[in-house]
Design a protein around this ligand. Structure first.
Ligand code: ADP
Ligand code: ASP
Ligand code: MG
Length: 404
């Protein structure tokens, strides 16, 4: 069977008119004799509004009920798509994850797809039907509804492509593909024709929400090529694939920025061995991911300042944990939400010296102060004041010739 997985994001199914357009795209693949598995997200805004409702009910809304609540948006979108296909004379039906089932492991709100049972969907495909599968949701081994993290419909699509050995996996979204940076933030951003899993993983983990990071990891492990394209205009998009399929001519492939980082500074921490571990251990035990860290060398050998970043959604929890931590001594604690992490990403930097200098110089020329730095083999990240994000994106985009 020549199978194609077509995933439609929230913005692609955001209105009734858009759903009608999506049904037409699906019909085109049917005409080309593909067996089609459709995956849909919730209509745009729906998941956010469900999360808001949970917050009004309780600050400690039960995780398992959260999953039942927020996964409901996908059910609506899938039924609307399937019903539109039926209206067009095409055999179709919606499939919720428990009906397939798509089984997940791991904690509520952040589960991972473990298995997809192929039996019923395969039979349905052979009968000529088009299954419209609810993204983002699963059922765990305790038979409770689960969800797989924000933006998780991407991962549902990749895993369906893997289990059904699909020929193609196409992610339809509201932009024409993956760009050198968010095209909604910088109009000089350029569409990237082809990008490696490694670079895409860094770009999405560092803020490019066009693809969910977990889905890229799944695609990389299973060598699944992903095409990202627009559901509004019929133009070639971006191919996400393995490095060896790509010829590199640029040092930097893309730039990402974040909206939701916060900075925590402990001033005057008693400097002794093990102090950093004492600060970070209770945070990690509470599943708080500490990202960038910088510790100043103490001038007198007794005290130091320690700065780190966490996701803004974890900031209140972080405050509580640090304040209740009896093992560490410090003079003052400072919190700042108005920061953003800007990262340049590119396999090309591995073999090119001087990239760090060029990044810092380009920011310095625009009088942008760098607060914290972190690097890996293929990325350099800096923390800057949020008000400087656009200026920084523009300067770096030009410096690394991504405008061309
Ligand atoms: P969907 O609803 O289709 O899942 P998302 O909102 O999750 O769509 O992702 C698409 C959005 O990702 C775009 O509208 C764009 O603003 C944003 N984005 C961020 N970085 C990039 C990038 N480098 N390339 C393309 N889009 C990006
Ligand atoms: N609807 C879910 C979300 O908003 C999943 C997705 O969009 O992929 O996070
Ligand atoms: Mg998305």
């Amino acid at each position: 069977m020549k199978i194609v997985v077509l995933k439609f994001g929230g913005t692609s199914v955001g209105t009734i008119d858009k759903i009608k357009k999506v049904a037409k795209i699906i019909r085109e693949y049917k005409k080309k004799k593909f067996k089609i598995i459709v995956v849909s997200s919730a209509m745009s805004g729906v998941t956010n509004s469900l999360i808001k409702k949970s917050n009004y009910i309780s600050e400690n809304f039960s995780d398992s009920e959260y999953d039942v609540l927020v996964s409901s948006g996908e059910q609506v979108a899938c039924s609307l798509i399937a019903a539109r296909l039926i209206h067009m004379g095409i055999r179709s039906r919606s499939w919720l994850s428990w009906q397939i089932p798509i089984t997940t492991i791991g904690p509520h709100k952040n589960s991972k797809i473990d298995q997809i049972n192929k039996i019923k969907i395969t039979k349905y495909l052979k009968e000529g039907g088009i299954p419209v599968v609810a993204g983002f949701q699963g059922i765990n081994y305790n038979e409770r509804v689960s969800t797989i993290g924000r933006g998780g419909s991407d991962a549902t699509a990749i895993m369906l492509a893997r289990f059904f050995k699909a020929e193609r996996c196409i992610i339809y979204t509201d932009v024409e593909g993956v760009y050198t940076t968010d095209p909604n933030k910088l109009n000089k951003a350029k569409k990237i024709k082809v990008i490696s899993y490694e670079e895409m993983l860094e770009m999405s983990s560092l803020g490019a929400k066009v693809m969910q990071p977990v889905s890229i990891q799944d695609a990389r492990l299973n060598r699944i090529n992903i095409e990202v394209k627009s559901s509004f205009v019929n133009k070639p998009g971006t191919l996400i694939t393995k490095k060896s399929n790509i010829g590199y001519n640029k040092i930097i492939t893309g730039i990402s920025s974040t909206q939701n980082d916060s900075k925590v500074t402990l001033v005057g921490v008693k400097d002794k061995p093990g102090v950093a571990a004492s600060i970070f251990k209770p945070l990690s035990e509470n599943s708080i991911n500490v990202d960038m860290v910088v510790q100043n060398i103490s001038a007198n050998g007794k005290e130091t300042d320690l700065t780190f970043t966490v996701k803004t959604e974890d900031l209140n929890k972080t405050k509580k944990i640090i304040k209740n931590n009896r093992i560490i001594n410090f003079r003052k604690i400072l919190f700042e939400k108005e920061v953003s992490k800007i990262s340049i990403i590119g396999v090309g930097m591995v073999t090119t010296p001087g990239v760090t200098f060029r990044m810092f110089q380009a920011l310095a020329n625009k009088k942008i102060n760098i607060q914290v730095i972190s690097t890996s083999e293929i990325k350099i990240s800096v923390l800057v004041d949020k008000k400087n994000v656009n200026k920084a994106l523009t300067a770096l985009h030009r410096e690394f010739k991504l405008d061309k």
